[in-house]
Write a protein that binds this ligand. Structure first.
Ligand code: ZN
Length: 283
């Protein structure tokens, strides 16, 4: 792959040896993989059991000819086309039942957590903390009125659960409740009992969160990111608002630095055993 046009920004050879584990290759995770691949990442461990469905075509980069294939197969084909030197390990499986996930995560340089299920994000966080692997977690809020990107940097920041603890202490509440339910959501949740249903957003709104996630991920993967293109930033938690919300204008962000919380398991993780016990508690 010829990186001539971006060599002044980064050194792709720094990225070609780094393995990135990705959980979730939907409309949020797939563009993150594409951005990182075009910057030089070529070693992947991909996890997602889902198949590409026709309803995904409004927001996923997969093509109509790909319908019915696993999202992993779709993205793997794209990766091999874009960079024939890609090395891809494909795991079309649910990580909660996977015997491969922890091994892949332990040997990775970075974990990309792009699943839309909170309990799975929390599970991934615990594995990241247990093995001290940086992890970037992102999610898009209902209707994509905004989204959040959280970076866990072992020894430097709090973990994803620390953010939830801080949120509770400060009474931030559930950000997703800041917007009223759509009629469709009310019908499905209260009428049809689809409790987990969340109205989707437009591809472009999801893409903004994906691009921010890729940017955060890239700055963690580079050995010495160029400060001109990757400005030093002490924040590790970013909330982006597509729409205006109270005093917050549209297309703006709030940023926070979340330190490790002493009442979080990541702070008393003095060995694998204590973290392992925590994971047992979760289950
Ligand atoms: Zn923590």
């Amino acid at each position: 792959m010829d990186f001539d046009r971006i060599q002044y920004i980064l050194a792709p050879e720094e990225l070609e040896k780094k393995r990135v584990v990705v959980i979730g290759l939907g409309s949020g995770g797939a563009p993150v993989v594409q951005h990182l691949a075009m910057s030089g990442v070529r070693k992947w461990s991909l996890f997602d059991p889902d198949l590409l469905d026709e309803v995904n075509l409004v927001k996923h980069p997969g093509m109509r000819k790909d319908l019915g294939k696993t999202k992993i197969a779709v993205i793997a084909e794209w990766l091999m086309d874009r960079n024939p030197d890609s090395e891809i390990r494909e795991f079309p499986e649910d990580i909660l039942d996977s015997t491969d996930f922890e091994r892949e995560a332990r040997n990775a340089h970075l974990i990309i957590s792009a699943t839309d299920t909170l309990s799975v994000r929390q599970f991934i966080n615990r594995i990241a903390v247990r093995h001290g692997i940086p992890c970037v977690t992102a999610s898009v809020f209902r209707t994509a009125f905004g989204g959040e990107v959280y970076s866990y940097i072992p020894g430097k920041t709090g973990c994803y659960q620390c953010m939830n603890i801080v949120s509770g202490k400060l009474g931030w509440g559930n950000i997703e409740n800041q917007v009223e339910m759509t009629e469709d959501e009310q019908d499905r949740i209260y009428g049809l009992g689809q409790e987990d249903y969340r109205a989707s957003g437009l591809s472009m709104d999801i893409a903004i969160i994906s691009a921010i996630m890729a940017k955060r991920a890239l700055s963690l993967l580079l050995d010495s990111p160029n400060p001109v293109y990757f400005p030093q930033d002490s924040s590790n938690y970013l909330i982006f608002y597509m729409r205006g919300m109270g005093s917050i204008p549209s297309l703006s962000s709030l940023k926070y630095a979340i330190p490790a919380q002493k009442d979080c398991f990541c702070s008393f993780n003095d060995g694998e055993e204590s973290a392992a016990n925590e994971i047992s508690d979760l289950e």
